[in-house]
Design a protein around this ligand. Structure first.
Ligand code: 5GP
Ligand code: ZN
Length: 105
């Protein structure tokens, strides 16, 4: 099981900010900004390259951005960055897709 699947299974602790039927969000353990949150689908997909061209995955990725937007709004962040690292060569270390939400606020 990958490290994020272990966090999802509550086998490894994390500071959760959001959970619904298909997405969770928790604080990054090694933050690179004042606010650094990871939005993670419950479905294990290794990289953005592995997304299927179907409605399920299209909707899932869209929902990830809306969760990021809603968390940022809840934290009253005026501005922020959202980022997917894609593949080892793209700086991805955890092979379970996740959207970084980062802000210096
Ligand atoms: P990537 O480089 O794959 O895009 O980002 C992985 C992120 O996961 C990194 O920012 C890293 O700090 C974070 N991370 C790695 N291991 C853990 C962990 O066990 N718990 C949490 N909360 N974050 C982690
Ligand atoms: Zn996983």
């Amino acid at each position: 099981m990958c490290i994020f699947c272990k966090i999802l299974a509550k086998e490894i602790p994390a500071e959760f900010l959001f959970e619904n039927g298909d997405i969770v969000a928790f604080k990054d353990k090694y933050p690179k900004a004042k606010t650094h949150i990871l939005i993670v689908p419950k479905k294990h997909i290794e990289t953005i390259k592995d997304l299927k061209e179907d409605e399920e995955d299209e909707i899932l990725v869209g929902k990830m951005f809306l969760v990021a937007r809603d968390i940022a709004k809840g934290l009253k962040l005026d501005g922020y960055q959202t980022l997917f690292n894609v593949g080892r060569a793209g700086g991805q270390e955890v092979m379970h897709i996740h959207l970084h939400l980062m802000s210096h606020q």
